[in-house]
Ligand binder design. Sequence first.
Ligand SMILES: Nc1ncnc2c1ncn2[C@@H]1O[C@H](COP(=O)(O)OP(=O)(O)OP(=O)(O)O)[C@@H](O)[C@H]1O
Ligand SMILES: [Mg+2]
Length: 493
Amino acid sequence: MIPLSLAQIAQITGGRLHGDAAHPVDAGALVSGEVVIDSRRVSVGGLFAAVAGQRSDGHDFAAAAVAAGATAVLATRPVPAPSVLVADVLDALAALARFLVDALPAVRVAGITGSSGKTSTKDLAAQLVERLGPTIAPVGSYNNEFGHPLTVLRADASTRYLVLELSARGVGHIAQLCRIAPPRYGVVLNVGHAHAGEFGGLDQVARAKGELVEALPAAGGTAAGGTAAGGTAAGRPAGGVAILNADDPRVLAMAARTQARIVTFGVQDPDASVRAADVRLDDLGRPSFTLLTPKGSAPVTLRLHGAHNVPNALAAAALAGELGLGLAGIADGLSTAVARSRWRMEVHRRADGVTVINDAYNANPESVRAAIDALAHLARDGRGFAVLGHMAELGDISRTSHEDIGEFAARVSASSGSGLAGLIAVGEEAAPLLAGARRVRSWPGEALAVPDGEAALDVLANRLKPGDVVLVKASRAAGLESVAADLLREADR
Ligand SMILES: Nc1ncnc2c1ncn2[C@@H]1O[C@H](COP(=O)(O)OP(=O)(O)OP(=O)(O)O)[C@@H](O)[C@H]1O
Ligand SMILES: [Mg+2]
């Protein structure tokens, strides 16, 4: 954050300063630390934004935040602390973030969206872009109307790049995030079924994700509302670049919705500008490939697990290349990049030789398929067990989606000859997985329904042998990461 006085913050947010005799407010007091919505994360000189959540109301923690060092509180009603009172805290955060972006014209802003792989790609891209200069990227999945402005607000005069993750649960959401930090570079990974129930189908998902490329400035000329010579009114350069997945027709079709220059990436499409050839997976499912770019080719070995990380790596490579990183830096950066965010395809081998894949961060049909492919690879010479909880937010396609995934799992196993020895569905909503698996008559595995994670652990305890591989995956709400953690603790016994 660039230092702002409380008077400036009030002006930017359309708010008013508030204090009382016990908590006087000083219009000149500076906010120079982070803006946070979690009072436990307050830093000295920071700003605490009071947000009312389902379980608690940030206003109740205003005094504690200031006691912990915050300069002031952004609030919608009087609190016992120096504060800026606004009509809506999220609107105020958005206004502050936009002010900051406009005040830092040297910062290049990139947005990444898609149904699956945003965080994985953002973490890869950030590790590449950091080679070019100071970069701010969200922690974990800070990608919505809260996390996005809070991330942007971490930028300061030294920042050169913002690598942002943009999420949507409906049409208009990404457009709004783009107003907060207008991107010049936009990456669209894929259009899939994540939150498909809320969107009402894939075409609506595509409509929403494409708002990112619609927000980009034109390729060479002026940005919308901008001035001549490739600069916007705020001094931000035009020269928009849309980085699109050529393997996903709904994403490629977004080319028609932007005036930005198009750069494509893809594993399958031979015409994509950034491609991967000779993709191979090692024993733990880590991909190696030859990175093919307009500037030449280079070998890459990812430290991440699963073939689905290849398109993510290509997207990150395309973005970093556009920002000016050379081929050698990209190839080396991809090969040394680590998983920065938890519970996405974490592969651990226990002392007793059982391998645990903790992919419990979330689940949708595409990411479960990707994880099952990875399980089939890791278990190709042995036995695999998939502990799957439900995929949330699929609306009226929920039951059939679960059945299809169960069938997919059994089919992958039956056709590859690699052993999915057991499919364990956790909770009632996941049970249709089993009906789907039973459709595949040639699949010899066990299909088991259990009520919760504890019961899944009991089932596994009686079955696991050295050499087995267990995948744990479900939507966030299922909380199956504790199953993975317990499985790993078993190893210490
Ligand atoms: N390109 C991809 N295709 C399919 N699945 C993927 C892809 N990339 C990542 N995944 C899987 O999707 C899950 C979520 O990954 P990640 O957190 O990177 O996605 P996200 O888009 O940020 O999700 P969220 O919407 O929760 O923020 C993980 O299980 C991961 O292994
Ligand atoms: Mg994410």
